[in-house]
Design a protein around this ligand. Structure first.
Ligand SMILES: [Zn+2]
Ligand SMILES: [Zn+2]
Length: 250
């Protein structure tokens, strides 16, 4: 599997990065995890606008899904070749209505579904192209999912947005790469059931014995280096901060 960090800023974009979006590729299949603010532009640095095969939206906070409105325009009003066929979009309940409302000027209530094949996420296991996927509901103020993706005996776990929870552990156990949010700073922000801090992300990486930890979703006002140091204090495997454009061969 090849993982490309399209955007990794938490909550809102930074000067350096779009919000959450990660491209996972194998056997020519392209799965995008989240499409937050600014991600659609960055995505075009890596692949063509119409090269995606499936999209996973971890939850419906704007920093994970709002560029789907622009992507709707690109697929619905495509200038050459006519309207795009519906691409599978795995998302929590209500995604179609939320995105239709956000777009505000949709030609009809059903226009989104002409180019997006919305499939309601639940906790469970299923196949997406060549990927064996497992999703679990994680701990966040809105319905949110983490995801584990396996292919060719290798595994990638993406936390989405979550506080500490057993579901995240179940997804992360033994993962070759653990793409884990670390929005908060240990000792500074202490709001339960919302986000992880660097230390908590590191502790989960250690507990789950992952092969590599990549911290992501760090907001522009947060010191990523501090969060990384906090993670390294409790996890002794390879750990780094996600960077836009970073590529991992898993
Ligand atoms: Zn977020
Ligand atoms: Zn969120």
């Amino acid at each position: 599997m090849k993982l490309t960090v399209v955007g990794c800023s938490g909550s809102f974009p930074s000067a350096e990065s779009a919000c959450s979006s990660y491209l996972v590729e194998a056997d020519g299949f392209r799965l995008l995890l989240d499409m937050g603010n600014g991600a659609l532009g960055e995505l075009q640095r890596h692949i063509g606008l119409y090269d995606l095969d499936a999209i996973f939206l971890s939850h419906l906070h704007a920093d994970h899904c709002i560029d789907m409105c622009g992507y709707f325009v690109a697929r619905y009003y495509r200038h050459e070749g006519g309207r795009c066929e519906a691409i599978p979009v795995f998302a929590p309940e209500g995604a179609e209505q939320r995105l239709t409302t956000a777009y505000a000027d949709s030609p009809s209530d059903k226009a989104m579904s002409e180019v997006f094949d919305f499939r309601t996420l639940k906790s469970g296991s299923f196949q997406v192209g060549p990927f064996s996927v497992r999703t679990e509901k994680v701990c966040h103020p809105v319905e949110a999912y983490g995801i584990r993706i396996e292919h060719g005996g290798r595994s990638l776990t993406y936390s989405g947005d979550t506080g500490v929870c057993d579901a995240l552990h179940e997804l992360a156990v033994g993962a070759d790469l653990f793409l884990c949010e670390a929005s908060f700073t240990h000792g500074k922000e202490d709001i339960p059931a919302l986000h992880l801090n660097g230390r908590e992300a590191g502790a989960e990486a250690a507990r789950s014995r992952v092969g590599r930890l990549v911290l992501t979703h760090i907001p522009p006002w947060t010191d990523g280096a501090q969060n990384l140091a906090d993670a390294r204090a409790v996890y002794d495997g390879p750990a780094e901060l996600a960077r836009p454009g970073a590529v991992y061969e898993i």
